[in-house]
Design a protein around this ligand. Structure first.
Ligand code: HEM
Length: 72
């Protein structure tokens, strides 16, 4: 997740993503991360991430935490 903000989805070298992530044009931002976390497969059909975070407050906390991570 380091440096996730502003990065294209499915772009970390060496990770084997689903074709859903590889073929998407999503760039990770507050809006796209919030949508993905609230329902990964609703946003990107075919993604292998199945965990949803249903609480809006929890998603806000997670995004705030992700912003504390070093760029890479
Ligand atoms: C708060 C916790 C989590 C956050 C913030 C998060 C966020 C993300 C993001 C942003 C991606 C896309 C990565 C990229 O484009 O480089 C991703 C992918 C993925 N996540 Fe999560 N995730 C979380 C929890 C989980 C959990 C608990 C699991 C599994 C039990 C999981 C499994 C995956 C998988 C398998 C992918 C790859 C999806 C694919 O290739 O289709 N994630 N996650």
């Amino acid at each position: 997740m380091n440096g996730v903000f502003g990065r294209k989805a499915g772009a970390v070298e060496g990770y084997r993503y689903s074709t859903a992530l590889l073929n998407s044009a999503v760039v990770w931002s507050d809006e796209t991360l919030d949508a993905f976390l609230s329902g990964p497969s609703k946003m990107l059909r075919g993604t292998r991430m199945t965990t949803s975070v249903l609480s809006e407050a929890d998603r806000a906390d997670i995004l705030a935490y992700l912003k504390t991570l070093p760029a890479r």
